[in-house]
Design a protein around this ligand. Structure first.
Ligand code: C2O
Ligand code: CU
Length: 590
């Protein structure tokens, strides 16, 4: 009997645990989770919309961000807490007692104002939250990266992030302090913007995430400095799945409860898929249904159809699904961690889709959609075409080649390197704040891995993968163009030069046949966002092992910025805390 049938043999759809025991205060994955509106109707609507007549097809989303003046306040308290998302008790890091954390929602051009209180105790830890995919052009210091844009929020302290919802679509936020987010410090971020597809129901965020029963700190302690990564122990949809309790000695309740979604026959449903995992590459399918992709990350694209959505960690796809079933039907929604690209002991996640007249306890009997697992790439960049066309400069102002490799360092620890240099954070001295003071080169600290691109207006990074592992590469502060990808050496040819795919995270496949194989991914972006921007693999265990660099962009303009005093105060609080307490930075820090 394979894993999934052993889980299902004990499955009725009557959950044995309450939602409070599995997910705390979160309603995600329950039939009480609300459908999302087309936009939040609680502010001024010039010409009928919060964003006036901006459109996805005709408005440059980077240069014409609206300012609605509307504040979206949230209050986050971070504490440890025990939940059993899949029936196995885990001591996690929770926001307001929820897993996944609260969904934050705004209209394009609103301002989020999120006060984060660090009440992590037993033991204490610093923390900081990152708003994945936002550009943060006005407020680079609120990007949430310890050692880069801020000092960590000291235990017992609060910090308020205030930033514009400068992009629209589907994303998430997560802790960027060590691998904390693998213990639950994350949530969905939905920003409503101009329509670029018609649909009847917005089912909201669907978070696909590998899951580890072991706490992140112990995993990092065990694996940092070694080539190995842990096998995740389960796979979750909106923080829920069942587990075969015979596989663990931990406190475990079988049949904890699956996520449930409702479909209506004949209607069109929007699903916002987010890979919020630590390592696993997800392949998402719905039995008997095809999907139309309408956005990748924060970039609306020309719709195309597919049976399977591939998402690396950090990536999102918005999909439309026609309710082709009958009113009494039920189907499985599935997401599977790739066997080829990732490491999991239980890679299969299930959720239930009930049509409007289906029995609440009807166990679907539908068959899984077949898909191939023959590479670790996203859908071909020749297929994924942004709705709003933008051409990168054919000759970028500056080109940098980056070799991604795995090496033993001087002390024998095995670490990830970019151009032979592994990253390690210094929590005490955020680079952006140093750059503001005119300090932009750090010869004594090569492990800060800073690439100062000076006044160059456009930058091309030629990434070369030299190991047989795939990486979802993520750049902060930008949607980059993916101008080429493939195996071997890049021949210089750009895919669809007049309008290449843009997004903020792109899967980089490994070269095969290995060991001789090599892969390339070539990205390009305009240096239009003065700041210090993380560029890293989003696999938590790889960034913990140093697969990270900083893009320093327009330091001349960083110097002219007014940085709010909360940034210096946060460092003073952190210095005071770390002077009296041991900060156990057992990985790269990020
Ligand atoms: Cu999702 Cu560096 O982040
Ligand atoms: Cu990686």
């Amino acid at each position: 009997m394979n894993l999934i049938s052993s889980i299902l043999s004990s499955t009725s759809l009557i959950a044995s645990l309450s939602q409070v025991s599995t997910n705390g205060g979160s309603l995600l994955g329950t039939l009480s989770a609300p459908f999302l509106p087309k936009f939040l109707e609680d502010g001024p609507l010039p010409r009928g919309f919060p964003w006036a007549d901006a459109s996805a097809q005709h408005t440059n989303p980077y240069e014409e961000v609206p300012n609605t003046g509307k504040i979206r306040p949230y209050n986050f308290v971070i504490e440890r807490g025990i939940l059993s998302p899949d029936g196995v008790e885990k001591n996690g890091l929770l926001i307001n007692g929820q897993f996944p954390g609260p969904t934050i929602e705004a209209n394009w051009g609103d301002t989020f104002q999120i006060t984060v209180t660090n009440n992590i105790t037993g033991p204490e830890e610093g923390t900081a939250l990152h708003w994945h995919g936002l550009l943060q052009k006005e407020t680079p210091w609120f990007d949430g990266i310890p050692s880069v844009s801020q000092c960590p929020i000291a235990p017992g302290s609060s910090f308020t992030y205030t930033f514009r919802a400068d992009s629209y679509g589907t994303s998430w936020y997560h802790s960027h302090y060590s691998a904390q987010y693998a213990d639950g410090l994350l949530g969905a971020m939905i920003i409503h913007g101009p329509a670029h597809a018609h649909y009847d129901y917005d089912l909201g965020p669907i978070m696909l995430s590998d899951h580890n029963h072991e706490e992140y700190f112990k995993i990092v302690q065990r694996f940092t400095g070694s080539k190995l990564v842990p096998n995740s122990t389960n796979n979750l949809i909106n923080g829920k799945m069942n587990y075969d309790c015979s596989l663990t000695n931990l406190t475990c309740t079988p049949n904890a409860g699956l996520s449930k979604f409702k479909f209506e026959s004949g209607k069109l449903h929007r699903l916002r898929l987010i890979n919020s995992g630590a390592e696993g590459l997800q392949r998402f399918t719905i039995d008997n249904h095809t999907m139309t992709v309408i956005a990748n990350d924060f970039v609306p694209i020309e719709p195309y159809e597919t049976n399977v959505i591939t998402l690396g960690v950090g990536q999102r796809s918005d999909v439309l699904i026609r309710g082709t079933g009958r009113p009494t039907d039920s189907f499985w929604m599935r997401t599977d961690i790739s066997d080829r690209c990732s490491h999991s002991n239980q890679p299969h996640a299930l959720a239930v889709i009930h049509y409007e007249k289906a029995h609440a306890s009807a166990v679907p009997t539908s068959q899984a959609t077949y898909f191939t697992d023959t590479n670790c790439s996203n859908d071909p960049i020749s297929v994924t075409k942004p709705l709003f066309a933008m051409a990168p400069p054919p000759e970028p102002a500056f080109t940098q080649t980056i070799d991604i490799d795995f090496q033993a360092n001087a002390t024998g620890a095995e670490v990830w390197v970019m151009n032979n240099q592994s990253f390690r954070a210094n929590y005490d001295h955020p680079l952006l704040l140093l750059a503001k003071l005119g300090n932009t080169s750090y010869p004594d600290d090569p492990q800060w891995n800073v690439y100062n691109f000076g006044k160059n207006t456009s930058i091309r990074l030629i990434l070369r993968g030299l190991t047989p592992l795939a990486h979802p590469m993520h750049l902060h502060g930008h949607n980059f163009w993916v101008v080429a990808e493939g195996v071997g050496q890049w021949d210089g040819v750009v895919t669809r030069p007049e309008n290449p795919q843009r997004r903020d995270t792109q899967l980089m496949d490994f070269g095969y046949p290995y060991p001789a194989g090599m892969s390339y991914t070539v990205i390009e972006f305009m240096a239009d966002n003065p700041g210090v921007w993380p560029f890293h693999c989003h696999v938590a265990w790889h960034v913990s092992d140093g697969l990270y660099m900083n893009v320093m962009e327009r330091p001349d303009l960083i110097k002219q910025r007014q940085i709010p005093s909360i940034m210096a105060q946060t460092c003073r609080d952190w210095w005071d805390y770390s002077a009296h307490n041991i900060v156990n930075e057992i990985d790269s820090g990020l």
